[in-house]
Design a protein around this ligand. Structure first.
Ligand code: NAD
Length: 488
């Protein structure tokens, strides 16, 4: 699947497509190392102009009826679906996603997310409280005191996202934020922004009022940082690294920004001695086969009971050669490239580091035999949890296997991490697995499955973030809670 080089010099600010003040820069196809196109390079001033436009558009948008907002969201979902044949090759070209991941996840899930929020949310935005009786005092007449919890939109939301799933991540922020009555400034990741330029064009085309959705993009961090500093921005919804998340929390504190931070992960798949190893292997190998491990929820640490270690290693060793590494447009390919040369070098440096720390590289993906493209093959390291490869997020197809002797030790190893986004437990006894799940310090725990439930609240414990989105929780995340009290 190929795509013509795109030249996208413009930003969407206040309903106008205006040239980015910093010109354009090249977007590189990570599989071919050729130019996919040129993306707009916004400056801090462009970002501030976008924030002002979103602020001006806020009163009318938040006052619009829930039905009218929902109908625009539904149109957006339809328009994304209609553009899927054009979007898919672009997303594959700039992210390196395989055909399966691109066609199954990247584009359709973005449409699904707009569709999910094409509803009237008044049932969750206004909730009555049980009445209270109060006796009269010299200062108040007493009576039956009623209360309504009213959720207002927060205001202007800066939606700043990471590379990997540009459309899905952005749709997961923009759709619930708009549904709750907020206006947005969208800022994708510098590596893969072209599909987001196209998404902004689609949204602009379905009739959202000017200024409700603004899109900026830049090659460096300045434009995003300007949004975080801007007094016109009320909330930052961020998906990205923990390092940048801490900077946003610090900088946002000056203007008391509301924050939704979806950050890094170092998931543990805890395989108990009674586990169905085949089931566990499917989950663990998703660190290899799902977007080459560039997934925050990946089970990158296989924490395995000693009695199952040989079976798990043998299973992964047997599986690895069948996972074809290479051209993402080839239907047989399971591992496409990593996003950039820098990321490939970072991942291979982690594998080198694991060897230096005494880890045993049982499956080695450093040499793929591919001269072009930023590839790393499936890698399995057997080691311990204090190794750097077990503590730091690698964001590549690297599994670290760590043995344990008993359940308490397995849980302690899983919890011995700065991160706490998504863990997994495998056991034939689901009651036992649930008890283990409740002791894991992670925002999500999959019991005998890697399948997500998209209605569940999503977010991290510890350094994996702040706040929750997903399903109705996504709408609530973009609201301020107000109590209205009256005497009946
Ligand atoms: P990153 O943190 O380097 O960049 C993310 C975004 O932040 C980009 O748009 C970047 O331009 C912007 N940015 C950088 N500095 C900024 C600043 N000072 N102020 C405001 N914005 C700034 O992340 P990445 O390398 O693109 O993505 C990989 C990371 O994203 C991994 O850590 C991964 O776990 C995480 N991630 C998390 C989730 C989740 O839902 N928890 C999902 C996907 C990715």
């Amino acid at each position: 699947m190929s795509t013509e080089p795109r030249n996208e010099p413009n930003l969407l600010i206040d309903g106008e497509w205006v040239p980015a003040s910093g010109g354009t820069y090249e977007i590189i196809n990570p599989a071919t190392e050729t130019v996919v196109g040129h993306a707009p390079n916004a400056t801090a001033d462009d970002a501030l102009a976008a924030a002002r436009a979103a602020k001006d558009a806020l009163p009318a948008w938040s006052a619009l009826s829930a039905d009218d907002r929902a109908s625009l969201m539904a149109k957006a979902a339809d328009a994304i679906r209609a553009k899927a044949p054009e979007l898919l090759p672009l997303v594959i070209a700039e992210t390196g996603a395989t055909l399966a991941v691109g066609s199954g996840m990247q584009v359709p899930v973005a449409a699904d997310r707009f569709n999910r929020y094409a509803r009237d949310f008044r049932n969750i935005l206004q909730t009555p409280l049980p009445p209270q009786t109060a006796t009269a005092t010299p200062l108040a007449p007493g009576g039956v005191i009623s209360g309504l919890v009213n959720r207002q939109p927060v205001g202007v939301v800066a939606c700043i996202t990471s590379y990997n799933f540009p459309m899905v991540n952005m749709a997961g922020k923009v759709a619930p934020a708009l549904a709750a009555g907020n206006t947005v400034v969208v800022k994708p990741a510098p590596q893969d922004p072209l599909a987001i330029v196209e998404l902004a064009r689609i949204l602009d085309g379905v009739g959202f009022p000017k200024g409700v959705i603004n899109m900026i993009n830049s090659s460096g961090p300045e434009a995003g940082a300007a949004l975080v500093d801007s007094p016109d921005v009320d909330m930052v919804s961020f998906t990205g690294s923990t390092l940048v998340g801490t900077k946003i929390m610090e900088a946002g504190g000056k203007t008391m920004k509301r924050l939704l931070l979806e950050l890094g992960g170092k998931g543990a798949a805890v395989v108990l001695e009674d586990a169905d190893v085949k089931q566990a292997l499917t989950c663990i190998a998703s660190t290899w086969a799902f977007h080459s491990g560039q997934i925050c929820t990946a089970p990158t640490r296989a924490v395995v009971h000693v009695s199952k270690v040989d079976e798990v290693i043998a299973g992964l060793v047997q599986m690895a050669p069948y996972l074809q590494v290479g051209d993402p447009n080839d239907k047989k390919t399971k591992l496409g490239p990593l996003i950039s040369a820098a990321q490939r070098d970072r991942v291979t440096a982690h594998i080198d580091g694991a060897v230096a720390e005494g880890g045993e590289v049982v499956v080695d993906g450093r040499a793929t035999g591919l001269d072009t493209g930023f590839y790393v093959g499936p890698t399995l390291i057997v080691g311990n949890n204090s190794m750097t490869c077990a503590q730091e997020e690698i964001f590549g197809p690297v599994i670290t296997l760590i043995p344990f002797e008993d359940e308490d030790e397995g849980i302690a190893i899983a919890n011995d991490s700065d991160f706490g986004l998504y863990d997994y437990v495998f056991s034939a006894d689901t009651g036992r697995a649930f008890n283990v799940a409740k002791r894991l310090k992670a925002g999500h725990v999959g019991v005998n499955t890697a399948q997500r439930n998209h209605e569940a609240p999503f977010g991290g414990f510890k350094m994996s973030g702040v706040g929750r989105d997903g399903g109705d929780f996504g709408v609530l995340a973009y609201t301020e809670t107000q109590s209205i009290i009256w005497s009946a």
